[in-house]
Ligand binder design. Structure first.
Ligand SMILES: [Zn+2]
Length: 372
């Protein structure tokens, strides 16, 4: 195991942040990148990373790693230092209000220009050229603040990887996964191994999240150059939502870590002794454009009438909102049939707050598809 320290703050800052990455296995071209808790108050991933580190140390000692595996067990030292009146606050940079998992530099448009005349007929060679150009494009990013330095540092660690897994969680949720539509087949075994209840795919979510900054350039470049040169998918990237923010247990973390290792074994990134068959998937992937966010129509005390993971029909009552002053209540109903996979952790909400998500089967939304 090799440890790298990455300075995040400018020299002479009054408070200095540092990011640590742990590198396992041979320094070869094949690379896996796994990071935990980019939203710093989403804790389950950090515990999964502890189990991954232990297992990777053993697998490395047994010479069972076939790729370089990079683990960033606490991806957001800035967010981890933030608290508001006693409550950890890790989703947004308190100085700017910017979400730590949005606004990553997307390099595809730049690469469409710089790669002109550079690609050939050899797909593997093209992958190497594209990765080199992507790193150069990232190198030219001039961050304006510490958060952007963090984003650039994380992306530089991940951009050349074959597999990128970004471990998050929702407020209260069953396990679900976000990834790219062109990666549907590559993500299916991960979805089955992690027992995902909703695997949500899109070609562009509209928010430039981390996983998309690693993967989307490949299908956009394939679309642009594909008639002239072979451009394979060079990166399978996914955001794994490890249930809810309070689902922090050694039992869950250990089984999640094992599922991730099995996925890496299936992709020949490492060798495991027990080759078990893939479990049956809990869901087929659906479009992110088919997810219905449930919005509170007024403030009130929130009572859920459906359990997480439940399949619901259009019109099913998902929750009830009670105005504590008037005593009047109203029902919040599903607009689509699908899986009720995430909900709020609050039990009193304000008008307009997101109180749940249903993975529907038919696309009906466009534009910015991710929550704030
Ligand atoms: Zn998150």
């Amino acid at each position: 195991m090799r440890v790298q320290k990455h300075a995040i703050s400018a020299p002479h800052s009054s408070a200095a942040y540092e990011l640590s990455s742990f590198h396992f296995g041979p320094c070869v071209e094949k690379r896996v990148y796994i990071q935990a808790s980019l939203h710093a108050d989403e804790v389950p991933g950090m515990l999964v990373a502890q189990f991954l580190r232990r297992r990777l140390i053993d697998l490395e000692a047994a010479r069972k790693l076939r790729a370089e595996i990079v683990l960033v067990p606490a991806a957001n030292p800035i967010g981890l230092s933030q608290a508001l009146h006693g409550a950890p606050f890790g989703r947004f940079d308190l100085r700017t209000g910017v979400n730590f998992n949005r606004a990553y530099k997307h390099v595809a448009d730049e690469l469409k220009l710089t790669l002109e005349g550079q690609l050939g007929d050899d797909a593997a060679a093209n992958v190497r050229i594209i990765r080199r150009h992507a790193r150069a494009a990232l190198g030219a990013w001039r961050p304006a603040d510490d958060s952007e330095v963090l984003k650039k540092t994380l992306l530089e660690l991940a951009i050349g990887a074959d597999i990128v897994l970004d471990l998050h969680c929702d407020n209260e949720a069953v396990l679900h996964i976000y990834s790219g539509t062109p990666l549907a087949a590559a993500i299916a075994p991960l979805s089955a191994l992690m027992a995902s209840h909703a695997t949500l795919l899109t070609t562009a979510s509209g928010g430039e999240p981390f996983d998309e900054a690693c993967s989307r350039l490949w299908w956009e470049l394939a679309q642009h150059f594909g008639q002239r040169h072979p451009v394979p998918s060079g990166c399978v990237a996914a955001t794994i939502e490890l249930r809810g923010e309070r689902d922090v247990s050694e039992q869950l973390a250990e089984s999640d870590a094992e599922a991730i290792l099995r996925y890496l074994a299936i992709n020949n990134m490492l060798d495991l002794d027990d080759a078990q068959p893939l479990p049956a998937p809990l869901c087929a992937a659906t479009e992110l454009e088919a997810v219905q966010p449930l919005i509170a129509p007024h403030a009130g005390v929130l009572l859920y009438r459906k359990a997480l993971g439940e399949r619901v029909e259009a019109g099913s009552v998902i929750a009830e909102l009670i105005d504590p002053v008037s005593g009047q209540s109203s029902q919040v109903c599903a607009g689509v049939a699908g899986v009720f996979f995430a909900r709020s952790a609050f039990r009193h909400v304000l008008r307009g707050m997101n109180i749940g998500k249903i993975a529907g089967r038919t696309a009906f939304r466009e534009g910015k598809l991710l929550s704030l």
